[in-house]
Ligand binder design. Structure first.
Ligand code: NDP
Ligand code: OAA
Length: 268
């Protein structure tokens, strides 16, 4: 059987780790790696080591791709995922927070329908998305998400406004509001907030708290959900990636699992 041809969008912390893990997968060929112009040379160096057969380009090739994995950032959905879906290519999306932009969920659905393809949002750094989505069917009353990361994970975000992150000595709430606001203000840190909300009560009714905590070294994600099913409390203590402290290693494994689900005859 012909190998499944994958296009990877983004070649940063997640993309590189995904390439390492998928390197030896039978039945899979990384056919393309897509990055912005200034990163082409860096991505070519990574490809030479981890995906020697891949074309490195600024756009997904128009032919010869069976599956797209986005691990790039919110802007990549509009730029690369929508066109791929319209051409009928299945897509896996890590930057779920992009769906907080009004109209983007509908645009994704429309593009997928047009192409007869499907878009899969990964659970990424969070668990229990299956339980939450199932609980929604019975009716949910409240879903609350708390994201707690070491101060350095909030560098380059609005959390820096009016405070010196490196000088924090106490856990500090840097954001309280809806999942939609969190995903828009913290596009590299609150994709999980968007995922929890899309599985549960929606972007506007899911309450989110983001905390910079000098007392933790992990990325800690908590979900509290209540409804007709009963209630659950989930705590994930994720190891961050050395290459990007904002991102949990579990996100990489979740992306790899999603790709492998397209290869295996049986998957859990
Ligand atoms: N669902 C989840 O649980 C999580 C989701 N994420 C999402 O994954 C994304 C990637 O994370 P991570 O790998 O750690 O980030 P990195 O910053 O390490 O890497 C991002 C990569 O994507 C490239 N890139 C950026 N914009 C585009 C674009 N428009 N088209 C193509 N490539 C692009 C970057 O290139 P350049 O350096 O040139 O900008 C870089 O190669 C995050 O931005 C976030 O949206 C992250 C963590 C958890
Ligand atoms: O990887 C994580 O811990 C979560 C994250 O950055 C996000 O939700 O965007």
């Amino acid at each position: 059987m012909a190998a499944l041809k994958l296009a990877l969008i983004g070649c940063g912390a997640i993309g590189t780790a995904v390439l390492e893990l998928l390197r030896a997968d039978a039945g899979l060929q990384v056919a393309a790696i897509v990055v912005p112009g200034p990163s082409l040379a860096g991505a070519r160096a990574v490809a030479a080591q981890l995906a020697p057969g891949a074309v490195v380009a600024e756009a997904v090739p128009e032919a010869g791709i069976d599956l797209v994995l986005e691990a790039a950032g919110h802007a990549a959905i509009e730029a690369h995922v929508l066109p791929a879906l319209r051409r009928g290519v299945r897509c896996i999306v890590a930057s779920v927070g992009a769906l907080s932009a009004p109209g983007l969920p509908e645009a994704l659905e429309q593009a997928a329908r047009e192409g007869g393809a499907q878009v899969q949002l990964i659970a990424g750094a969070i668990g229990a998305i299956d339980a939450l989505a199932a609980a929604r069917i019975g009716g949910l009353e409240q879903v609350r998400y708390t994201g707690r990361k070491p101060p350095r994970a909030w560098q380059g975000t609005p959390a820096e406004e009016g405070r010196e992150l490196a000088a924090l000595t106490e856990p500090t709430v840097i954001f309280e509001g809806s999942a939609r606001q969190a995903a828009q203000l913290y596009p590299k840190n609150a994709n999980v907030a968007a995922t929890v909300s899309l599985a549960g009560l929606g972007l506007d009714r899911t309450t989110v708290r983001l905390i910079a905590d000098p007392g933790v070294s992990e990325n800690v994600h908590q979900v509290e959900a209540e409804g007709a099913f009963g209630r659950f409390e989930l705590t994930m203590r994720n190891q961050p990636l050395a290459a990007n402290p904002k991102t949990s290693a579990l996100t990489v494994y979740s992306a790899v699992r999603a790709v492998r689900q397209h290869l295996l005859p049986l998957s859990v």
